[in-house]
Design a protein around this ligand. Structure first.
Ligand SMILES: Cc1ncc(COP(=O)(O)O)c(C=O)c1O
Length: 375
């Protein structure tokens, strides 16, 4: 079986676009929002003022203090600036977390469906991903007994990503706490990728690992999604001081630090609470519109609690997700990410909400036309 990744579909979509075809891009996990203008202005002004030099590897004290204040304000979490590292996006944070935790042969539990980078990064640092599958029928709820069964003497960490890419699932406080307790009991590190923390549609608040400082943890966060700052390449990690120092040493060796003027832009972004809130509202409205448009189609899906995706299963006999994504692109000029990219979910596809609502609704309409032509 040929499993295509969302990069494969993106490449095909880009090739069509170069031929002048207008494609409705629902494959890319990138919000269409522009960075707040004050953020852009600050980066520009600081660069002009000569703030384009090396900083300490963890990032400027001022930024790390601003991040510590921010997580205090948002989650009541008590962290010191020295526990914070400004990284090259959440993606580099994932690498730092794994590289500082995993030795060759160690196992890391990944809850599928999952962002594909986790497995490739675990393998890259010499570890072995151990997959805990979750199911649409269970509302994507991880089964903690099954989680316990996945443990071995070689298990060193669990990666969490809630709200989830690709399912949009957020965990209840009870389940989150249950996983924390398992990690504590087995002396594992919880690596919690919370880059979608600001996209929580439920109103019931985001569960963060920062509220459980008793467990060994690395929090991964990013400026990319909340403020439409993907190309600034800035995120942060927070952990206990020892691990933070270890991660800072790796960052120092590989990239020295992130650009100084970007660090100032990040300080400015942390003040843009209204923009983040507006982006959340827009994303929530898009999720609702897409779910409504999907309702009459021969698909089953979990209505997302957060993040910026919907992950439907195709309920038409004999359709494979990769083939579906390619044909949908060719026949209807709509691009989606095939479910197989996220694990053993070949009948699924992922819709990214990083487009205006009208485009998304039109895209779903075309998906419906395409599905009825196939059944
Ligand atoms: C779950 C998840 N984590 C981390 C990232 C990394 O984003 P960035 O490196 O831009 O912060 C992404 C981006 O798609 C993601 O979906």
């Amino acid at each position: 079986r040929k499993v295509l990744t969302h990069r494969d579909i993106a490449r095909m979509a880009e090739a069509l676009e170069r031929q002048g075809v207008r494609v409705i891009r629902m494959d890319v996990g990138e919000p269409d929002f522009r960075a707040p203008s004050v953020v852009v202005e600050r980066a520009y002004q600081e660069m002009k003022a000569g703030k384009s030099r090396y900083t300490e590897p963890k990032g400027r004290q001022e930024l790390r203090e601003a991040i510590a204040d921010y997580v205090k304000m948002k989650f009541g979490a008590d962290v010191k600036a020295d526990q914070v590292i400004a990284t090259m996006g959440g993606a580099f944070g994932v690498y730092l977390a794994l590289a500082s935790t995993i030795s060759p042969g160690d196992e890391v539990i990944v809850i599928d469906p999952s962002w594909p980078i986790y497995k490739s990064c675990i393998r890259y640092v010499g570890g072995r991903p151990i997959v805990l599958e979750t199911r649409l029928e269970d509302n994507w709820e991880p089964n903690l007994d099954e989680l316990n069964e996945k443990m071995s003497a070689a298990t060193k960490a669990i990666i969490l990503n809630y709200p989830s890419n690709p399912t949009g699932k957020a965990l209840s406080k009870k389940t989150f706490k249950g996983i924390v307790e398992i990690a504590q009991d087995k002396k594992l590190t919880l690596i919690s990728d919370e880059v979608y923390a600001d996209y929580n549609f439920t109103g019931s608040g985001h569960n963060t690992v920062l509220n459980y400082p008793e467990v060994s943890y690395v929090l991964i966060s990013s400026f990319s999604k909340s403020w439409g700052m993907t190309g600034f390449r800035v995120g942060f990690v927070i952990s206990d001081l020892d691990r933070a120092n270890k991660m800072a040493a790796i960052q120092s060796m590989l990239i020295t630090c992130i650009p100084e003027f970007v660090q100032y832009a990040a300080i400015e972004a942390l003040k843009c609470l209204d923009e983040a809130k507006r982006n959340l509202e827009v994303m929530k409205e898009r999720a609702e519109a897409v779910c409504k448009a999907l309702e009459p189609l021969p698909v089953s899906f979990y209505k997302p609690d957060g993040a910026m995706y919907v992950f439907p299963r195709i309920d038409v006999e004999g359709i494979d997700g990769s083939e579906f994504a390619v044909k949908l692109l060719e026949k209807k000029n709509v691009s989606v990410a095939p479910g197989g990219a996220f694990g053993n979910y070949f009948d699924y596809f992922r819709i990214s909400l990083g487009q205006p609502k009208e485009a998304l609704v039109e895209g779903v309409k075309r998906i419906g036309e395409f599905l009825s032509s196939m059944s």
